[in-house]
Design a protein around this ligand. Structure first.
Ligand code: 13P
Length: 288
């Protein structure tokens, strides 16, 4: 069931758990995430970065594939198709393509421009029934060419953006895309707490979900995080399982080179990672 992310995040916030956003890269990825969400009766958000959208030949292809797959697999849990770290132009493309949710990442603009553009996109998205995420401060590291320095968000700026009526807010709290370096200082719970104090009931988004220790994830949820993004961890699981299959020479046995066989261990590994995360985030059984 394709829906906006607004309702599922309100429920998550009230129920003190988080909904996972899992970034998709292709058909196998999408299928693995959808089947796991259905099996665990969990709401889910499929994240699509601009780079991944381009790789899959465009947002129209992605929206058509996700809609059709959701139907053909008979998925009954709530699924949001969400643009990840969208540019201003990218947001309009996804709205047109049939996404049910967008993220406008205006964090690299001066706050006045971020506010102005976010305000416009909130009106457009809500008018069409889509949910919208905005960002303040920046997520460190690199994801599909989007590079951030990792500054912690200013709680007053977060309030200004939250007041525009966004459905979810990504605030930089020392989180990083990709693997965390050994000398990482950890999440700034002080910033997270201050942001939530200023923004009231706003569901907060934790990007860079890969590699954050379990206790930090739980604490972040207790302080107001209702959506957690995971991308790299599924990529690592997929690559690891695929490497093992090939290193064991399985692709050379019988018809082991058939893509349906070659990609199967990776697809199963993605399912296992998604399951582990949904259990940790507390979203299992929350689809009803
Ligand atoms: P990771 O790749 O670190 O899991 O981050 C995902 C993310 O935040 C997507 O926006």
């Amino acid at each position: 069931m394709l829906v906006s992310a607004a309702e599922m995040l309100k429920k998550a916030k009230a129920g003190h758990y988080a909904v996972g956003q899992f970034n998709i890269n292709n058909l196998e990825w999408t299928k693995s995430v959808l089947l796991t969400a259905e099996e665990l009766r969990s709401p889910v958000i499929l994240g699509v970065s601009e780079g991944a959208g381009k790789y899959m030949t465009g947002f129209k292809t992605v929206a058509a594939m996700v809609k059709a797959m959701d139907e053909e697999l008979g998925i009954t849990v709530p699924v949001a198709l969400h643009l990840d770290h969208g540019t201003y132009e990218g947001c309009y493309k996804c709205i047109k393509a049939g996404f049910t949710s967008i993220m406008f990442d205006g964090s690299h603009y001066a706050i006045e421009e971020n506010i102005e553009k976010t305000k416009e996109l909130v009106a457009v998205a809500h008018n069409l029934g889509l949910s919208i995420e905005a960002e303040v401060g920046s997520i460190g590291g690199e994801e599909d060419g989007v590079v951030g320095m990792g500054e912690c968000a200013d709680p007053n700026e977060c309030k200004a953006i939250a007041d525009l009526g966004v459905d979810m807010l990504a605030a930089g709290i020392g989180n990083i895309h990709g693997k965390y370096p050994a000398n990482w200082a950890g999440l700034s719970f002080e910033t997270l707490d201050a942001v939530q104090q200023k923004t009231g009931e706003m569901p907060l988004v934790l990007h860079g979900g890969t590699g954050i220790p379990e206790d930090m994830i739980k604490k972040a949820i207790s302080l107001g995080v209702a959506k957690i993004n995971v991308n790299t961890e599924c990529q690592l699981s997929f690559a690891d399982a695929t490497r093992k299959y090939i290193e064991a020479g399985k692709d050379l046995e019988g018809k082991g080179f058939d893509p349906r066989k070659l990609l199967a261990p990776g697809a199963e590994a993605i399912k296992a990672t998604v399951k582990e995360k949904m259990e940790l985030f507390g979203s299992v059984g929350k689809a009803e």
